[in-house]
Design a protein around this ligand. Sequence first.
Ligand code: NAD
Length: 547
Amino acid sequence: MLQTIYSPTGKDISCKSWETEALLRLLMNSLDPRVAENGQDLIVYGGTGKAARSKTMLRAIIKELQQLDSDSTLLIQSGKPIASFRTFSFFPRVLASAAMVVPAWATWKEFSRLEEKGLTMYGQATAASWAYIGVQGVLQATFETMSEVANRYFNGSLKGKIVLTSGLGGMGSAQPLSVTMNGGVAIVVEIDESKIQKRLMNNYCDIMAHTIDQALQLAEEAAQTGRPLAIALVGNAADVYCELVEKGVTPDIVTDQTAAHDLLHGYIPSGVSLEQAYFLRNKKPEKYVEMAMQTVTAHVAAIKMFQERGAVVFDYGNNIRGQAKKAGYEEAFDFPGFVSEYLRPLYCEGRGPCRWVALSGDPGDIYKIDEVILSEFKSDERICRWIRYVQDKIYFYGLPARTCWLNYKERDELGEIINHMVASGRLLAPVAITRDHSEGSTMAAPTRETEGMLDGSDAVADWPILNGLLNACAGASMVSIQHGGGVGIGNSIHSGMTAVADGSIESFERLQRLLKIDPGLNIIRHADAGYSTAQSMIDKLGIKKPL
Ligand code: NAD
């Protein structure tokens, strides 16, 4: 059994530099039982997204990081430390590649075979890049999506509206809070009661219901009085959606965030209990997937039926449409994905999901940065509204962290501000600056980030590779190239990066170069595909682009 892992905090370090200490703390933080979905099995979130391949390899990574010189680079091959080489002090301390397989072999079947033999690891997105910070990491994207739905269809608020969705895992839990933050009522179907208990404890959900009728009654009462409410309903999502269709109930908005990208480990078929699922997936995996395919088809058909009856519906980034299509349901893509529908305009402006982590472990460091953001970025109402919301609603678990969608100029400025705050002693210790993988230039995923690109370049995956290479050259402390995050094996290629603001002049120089890359490439990716907002941003920001 693995000893429970918590990140070290405070000013004393066990590595040779703050740069490696930061990566060590992020790795350990992502496995903290308060942060990870199942740290004991090294599973961070998103089905089976892991931070290290095995317990032995985790221990070896920790030891390697503690011994790593500040001019060396450690290589991690799908969660296994394989070597360290002498490089340069300003090059990354860690380079990682996770779940990469040759394209023609990129199927779940082949991947599971390789994983079973201990040759690879599924790293989701921020699990293998050690940048996971718990539900908050995806909260703003979910909040912005719900705000965009409210703006487009409901006069700017979800007050009095009912959202039906599912999944209260690592990422899915952001849904109920995002709905109530927008004034609405959420019914979230989750099969695992222990997950519901966890979300009730941290206030992401307000109340648990055991029957559909009870959930409907609570939702209708709250919607009629305009009161925000997050109801977690114990049940199988597909069964609940089909029953609601039969009952003639049509919620205002319908989506889903079970881990349907991985039908074997992340999705429970109809009529199967949690215990039976555990048994069946180990003993009869093929039968299990066959049952899950039938369930996912009924699930997606029910969502389509809600759409026909007038609900706003969308795929929430778990490839549920792709799975239903694969199972033979031809109409699966009749409803849109959330990125192409609601988030792409933000990508075109160069906005993306930046996050920073206080390595001191002191929440005060995050609050001090919040205050500076509220004063320095006061003209950006979107950012200020967000910071005020999360200060009110979010409790910290593990290392205190903040996520915020920032644009080209803001990310650059924030890096300088944080580094200066560390140098002047206003913050107790250095800060790690990192991000989600979910941006236009950092993730190629034809059913999510790059779905329906104007020029048809959905499956072109050069962008995340160039993004990772450039981040490595510009001073990132860790860069990773990964496959299969979010939407599963065969469906995405993406890259992660982490930098450290330690207050030094070298760190200032690095951050100045580095923090322009993600938003800059995001703009260039979309300008290249023909999006006019992105094209005008290039001129406005003076970004160099040959064609
Ligand atoms: P997770 O594995 O932590 O949680 C999935 C949850 O779904 C579990 O609690 C599980 O019990 C529940 N579940 C599975 N089958 C069910 C069923 N039939 N009925 C009811 N509940 C069921 O996964 P996560 O981290 O929450 O991610 C969810 C999905 O979203 C994944 O596919 C992930 O890849 C994707 N994702 C989306 C975004 C986004 O921005 N929208 C970001 C990251 C990941």
